[in-house]
Design a protein around this ligand. Structure first.
Ligand SMILES: Nc1ncnc2c1ncn2[C@@H]1O[C@H](COP(=O)(O)OP(=O)(O)OP(=O)(O)O)[C@@H](O)[C@H]1O
Ligand SMILES: [Mg+2]
Length: 275
């Protein structure tokens, strides 16, 4: 994929979201400890970390699904509290969960307009305006560069990658300020992943939407993201732009179970090695 035409995010891109000192426990299980993240306008931020590190919990707090035990969320300069996913959506935060919430036996265009259908009146009767939704869906998917056989096809008949694209397109259609994608590439083949990554790259190129992307594959992180936040056992152990870190460093962090600062301190403490 050609990423040469994506300029680096400027240092003056404003911070549009700040989650500060977020902690969350589920009974005896501590999922997040004093986690702080920042997201800038147009940035694609990767949230990485092992299974159970707390990634989904953090984005479920952002999307109003869970309440934090401590900490604050500041969105576009204002402290916000999301009591429900509806609150977060009303604030321009759209989340695509892994299960996608698409309805398999409905057409692509019906899925695109699920919950916000267009209607028309004929002889006083309120009917679905299928023609309009069909046409809008077709145009919109084309604008995003998403190719599917037909918007009439039921979602069941699409590939995993095409389904992901429809789910992402549906979220983008409501013009969110922040798009959160929880493992959109899990279980996708190489070609399908490339398809979804291409869609994210298009968003990144336009720098209109900020994206938080949970992803396990480091290659994809470096290909599609501006910045990486690494969660380990509920704590952020690395916050670095992709140009200032490497796959090797991420692997070192995973192996040591420590953050960049702790690794550097341990190395310094060990003193000079044998000559
Ligand atoms: N609703 C819940 N009730 C109890 N424990 C939970 C709940 N949700 C998450 N946890 C626990 O919190 C911790 C963090 O889970 P989370 O789902 O955030 O991890 P994750 O980083 O998204 O992992 P994965 O990569 O496997 O999706 C785990 O120990 C998990 O078992
Ligand atoms: Mg998860």
């Amino acid at each position: 994929m050609n990423t040469d035409d994506i300029p680096a995010l400027g240092p003056d891109a404003p911070v549009i979201l700040e989650m500060s000192h977020i902690s969350k426990s589920f009974g005896a299980i501590t999922a997040l400890v004093d986690v702080s993240i920042k997201l800038r306008q147009g940035e694609v931020l990767a949230l990485v970390g092992d299974n159970g590190a707390g990634k989904s919990t953090l984005i479920k707090i952002l999307s109003g699904f869970h309440q934090p035990d401590t900490g604050t969320i500041v969105s576009r300069g204002r402290e916000v509290r999301f009591g429900s996913p509806r609150d977060a959506r009303a604030h321009g935060i759209q989340t695509v969960y892994q299960d996608l919430a698409l309805i398999g036996d409905l057409s692509v265009y019906h899925n695109m307009f699920l919950g916000r259908e267009y209607h028309k009146r004929i002889l006083g009767l309120k009917l679905l305006d299928n023609g309009k939704m069909r046409e809008l869906a077709q145009t919109y998917l084309k604008t995003l560069g998403i190719s599917i056989p037909s918007v009439d096809s039921t979602v069941d008949l699409l590939s995993g990658g095409q389904r992901q694209c429809v789910a992402v397109a549906r979220s983008i259609y409501s013009s969110p300020t922040i798009l959160v994608l929880d493992e959109p590439l899990a279980a996708l083949g190489v070609r399908e992943s490339a398809h979804v990554l291409g869609l994210i790259q298009n968003l990144r190129r336009q720098r209109a939407v900020s994206v938080i992307l949970i992803v396990h594959n480091y290659n994809q992180v470096f290909e599609a993201c501006d910045r990486i936040n690494f969660l380990h056992s509920g704590e952020i152990v690395l916050d670095a732009s992709t140009s200032q870190t490497s796959e090797e460093e991420l692997i070192r962090i995973v192996k040591s179970g420590l953050g960049r600062t702790a690794i550097a301190a341990a190395a310094a403490g060990a003193g000079p090695g044998p000559a």
